[in-house]
Design a protein around this ligand. Structure first.
Ligand SMILES: NC(=O)C1=CN([C@@H]2O[C@H](COP(=O)(O)OP(=O)(O)OC[C@H]3O[C@@H](n4cnc5c(N)ncnc54)[C@H](OP(=O)(O)O)[C@@H]3O)[C@@H](O)[C@H]2O)C=CC1
Ligand SMILES: O=C(CO)COP(=O)(O)O
Length: 302
């Protein structure tokens, strides 16, 4: 919706019935209710039509991306593929740009990530994001920025994608704290120690500290841990309150917590909060046992 201010946009979706509905109503009531699609957004179910452009934005749940890339690898060769997903693929332990590089080595991989709710961007509210690509991406930065969507460029896609993936895990923990009535002070402690463990893993994997401190890391951590608009936060809140949560809602932090626990263990990086979130999401531990386990860790220097 926001990119349509820069020129024509083609929106592809996999479900032909949903596409027909969007073409006639000019809205995506299933996914982004109340938003009218601008006239120069054409909606199609034909992947051929959607892959004519040189720049393609991939916006799907992380655990679906590997299958999509493999299925359409031939069509995606030579394109600039901008991942908008946040997470770590459970099967391979890879982030979005690493998945793209593995499935489509001839494509240019970039990631667009940072504090932003789709509904806010569509309403034209001011938003700032990180656009990261291993190569120079100044032209792409200009192409994808709009009067209300301000992109900062980075040459550290690994750091950007790890920040975006890991903040969802900490947001679940923040939601648990609030849902269980453990208080705002506990949430602030979890966010800070969460940021410490996000940075510890990311730096070990080769990311840059300044990327973690930027929009894609710290920025998105703050948004997701403090807003009830976040699905990861709300999922955690339900978990903390012992309530059910709609299983069809995309909650990226659940699979990512599992993937992170494996990755951290393999690399010998301590990630106590992510490990607790993985255990809580799988109901292997109670909220009070998780809180107790975190509080009783040996005292250390900050
Ligand atoms: N929503 C937000 O505010 C933000 C989301 N993101 C990230 O974007 C990613 C997607 O999230 P979001 O759009 O909110 O999730 P939703 O669950 O709302 O929508 C998922 C979309 O992906 C489509 N999809 C699912 N599986 C496939 C597949 N195998 N092939 C093609 N399309 C598929 C769905 O199609 P269908 O309708 O047919 O099911 C749907 O259009 C996540 O990684 C999320 O973290 C990042 C920033 C903000
Ligand atoms: O990534 C997001 C905000 O930057 C969206 O968060 P949720 O997926 O938790 O809704």
């Amino acid at each position: 919706v926001t990119l349509a201010q820069n020129g024509p946009v083609t929106l592809w979706a996999r479900d032909a019935a949903h596409v027909a509905e969007m073409q006639s109503s000019r809205r995506n009531d299933r996914r982004l209710p109340m938003t009218v699609l601008p006239e120069n957004v054409s909606v199609t179910a034909e992947i051929e039509a959607a892959t004519q452009a040189p720049v393609l934005l991939l916006a799907m749940p992380m655990q679906q991306m590997g299958g999509f890339l493999t299925a359409h690898a031939a069509r995606l060769a030579g394109k600039t593929l901008v991942a908008c997903s946040k997470g770590i693929d459970l099967t391979t332990g890879r982030g979005p740009t690493e998945l793209i590089a593995a499935a489509c080595p001839d494509a240019r991989a970039a990631i667009l990530t940072g504090p932003s709710f789709a509904a806010d961007i569509a309403r034209g509210l001011p938003t700032a994001l990180t656009l990261a690509c291993a190569e120079d991406c100044e032209a792409l930065q200009t192409q994808l920025s709009t009067p209300t969507l301000r992109l900062y460029r980075s040459t550290d896609p690994l750091g950007a994608e790890l920040g975006g993936a890991l903040k969802n895990v900490i947001a679940i923990a923040a939601g648990v704290v609030i849902g269980a009535g453990l208080g705002d002070s506990a949430r602030a402690a979890l966010m800070t120690r969460g940021f410490a463990e996000m940075s510890r893993l990311a730096l070990r994997l080769g990311a840059r500290a300044e990327t973690l401190a930027g929009l894609s890391g710290f920025g998105d951590l703050v948004l997701t841990c403090t807003s009830a608009q976040s699905r990861n936060f709300r999922f955690g809140q339900a978990l903390g309150a012992g309530e059910d949560f709609d299983p069809t809602t995309t909650v990226e932090g659940v699979a990512t917590a599992k993937a992170v626990s494996v990755l951290a263990q393999r690399r010998g990086v301590e990630m106590p909060i992510a490990t607790m979130v993985a255990a809580l999401s799988e109901h292997r531990i109670t909220v009070s046992d998780a809180a107790q386990a975190l509080l009783s860790r040996p005292l250390k220097e900050e």
